[in-house]
Design a protein around this ligand. Structure first.
Ligand code: NAD
Ligand code: DAU
Length: 339
């Protein structure tokens, strides 16, 4: 099997590349990534010399480059992780989100139509369902929950999902979509809640919690997400959407307090700052479908996953210190300077 993995130099994509090369040693993995601020070639260092791995630096919106790659590689499958992924950045500047997340998806699927593939898989998000109220813990997102987006990011991801389903119905393209809850684990870019709080706490910097910190996210260890996608691309039904999540809802403030405790840092570092515009209150996935159809269940408990993650950040300071010492400083000042 020859699989193109787009966005493989980012957080989840790189974890997926590592997982697949180990789990399916006979498969070839071709990573297509244009290395935005969120893509990091050093992350892929451990597999650069692997005989079944190739890295290609190109943009998924560049039709010529994408078609050229399909001609060269004749892939059996495409798993599309490539995206602009940060909600706060989408609020500042939506355009690149529309280009990469929507147009990029269309270009990849056009290439799949032109050259033929057995599966196109779209890595989507639970954010396409909007949010749930805090006072209705009985409600969860199922695959039937209507699309109801809040941010430019989630709207761009929802648009892509609709396009993917349209290519299935109109052209018969063999597609699947997964919608996962918040991931955490190694190689998570330090603009996102968990790695940002770990990095700041280690540097004894303020821990900026939006609003009252009451918003709820449903956290899943990244390897469990990778395992679910592997199952879907091999055993999932074409034309279907699968929700992925592990019933692990936690408030942001509880997450930040756990990080303080694990690192032996005082809670006095916590600073409440202005809320995110349009901030979704609660995400909560019902994973019944993927469990019943494909037997998937999360394997890493949050208590273990967060310890492993913190340990990884302690052991890989070079990786994140390099990131936060560069352009990230300007980003941080812009987003948090006057918050
Ligand atoms: P990330 O921001 O860490 O990585 C994105 C990667 O895509 C980077 O390597 C970047 O260089 C690459 N990329 C961006 N634009 C590109 C383009 N035009 N052409 C080629 N490559 C491009 O993102 P992530 O957190 O790993 O998320 C991966 C996917 O999973 C996204 O589609 C996201 O919507 C989805 N998702 C993320 C989460 C989460 O918690 N992080 C949860 C559910 C779904
Ligand atoms: O649910 C899946 C989504 O999870 C993915 O589709 C997105 O790509 C991914 O970025 C993530 O989106 P969130 O907006 O939930 O993640 P983020 O880490 O940005 O924020 C998590 C929560 O923490 C959210 O309620 C906002 C809050 N937050 C975040 C940051 C960066 C803070 O309170 N302070 C912060 O500094």
């Amino acid at each position: 099997m020859n699989i193109i993995v787009t966005g493989g130099a980012g957080f989840i994509g790189s974890n997926f590349v590592f997982y697949m090369l180990k789990k399916h040693p006979d498969d070839r993995i071709v990573c297509l990534d244009c290395l935005t601020y969120a893509g990091n070639l050093s992350t892929l260092e451990p597999v650069m010399g692997h005989p079944n791995f190739r890295f290609v630096k190109d943009d998924i919106t560049d039709r010529e480059a994408v078609y050229r790659l399909f001609e060269e590689e004749k892939p059996d499958m495409v798993v599309n992780f490539a995206a602009e992924s940060h909600v706060d950045r989408s609020i500042e500047d939506p355009e690149v989100f529309l280009r990469t997340n929507i147009l990029g998806t269309a270009v990849l699927m056009d290439a799949c139509r032109k050259y033929g593939i057995t599966r196109y898989h779209q890595v989507s998000t639970d954010e396409v369902y909007g949010d749930l109220p805090l006072d209705r813990p009985d409600l969860f997102f199922t695959e039937e929950t209507p699309i109801h987006t809040s941010s430019p990011y989630s709207s761009s991801k929802a648009s892509a999902d609709l396009l993917v389903l349209a290519y299935y119905r109109t052209y018969g393209l063999p597609v699947t979509i997964s919608r996962c809850s918040n991931n955490y684990g190694p190689y998570h870019f330090p603009e996102k809640l968990i790695p940002l709080m770990i990095a700041n706490a280690l540097n004894d910097k303020p821990l900026p919690v939006y609003g009252k910190g009451e918003n709820v996210r449903d956290w899943l260890y990244v390897e469990d997400h990778c395992k679910a996608i592997d199952l879907i691309i091999h055993e999932g039904r074409v034309g279907e959407v699968y929700n992925i999540g592990g019933h692990n809802e936690m408030t942001n403030i509880d997450i930040v307090k756990i990080i303080c405790k694990e690192l032996g840092k005082p809670e006095s570092l916590i600073t409440y700052v202005a809320d995110r515009k349009g901030h979704d209150m609660r995400y909560a996935i019902d994973p019944t479908k993927i469990h019943n159809e494909l037997g998937w269940l999360p394997e890493t408990k949050f208590a273990d996953g967060i310890k492993k993650t913190i340990q990884w950040y302690l052991e890989h300071k070079d990786w994140w210190e390099t990131i936060i010492s560069g352009e990230y400083q300007n980003y941080y000042e812009k987003m948090y300077g006057n918050r």
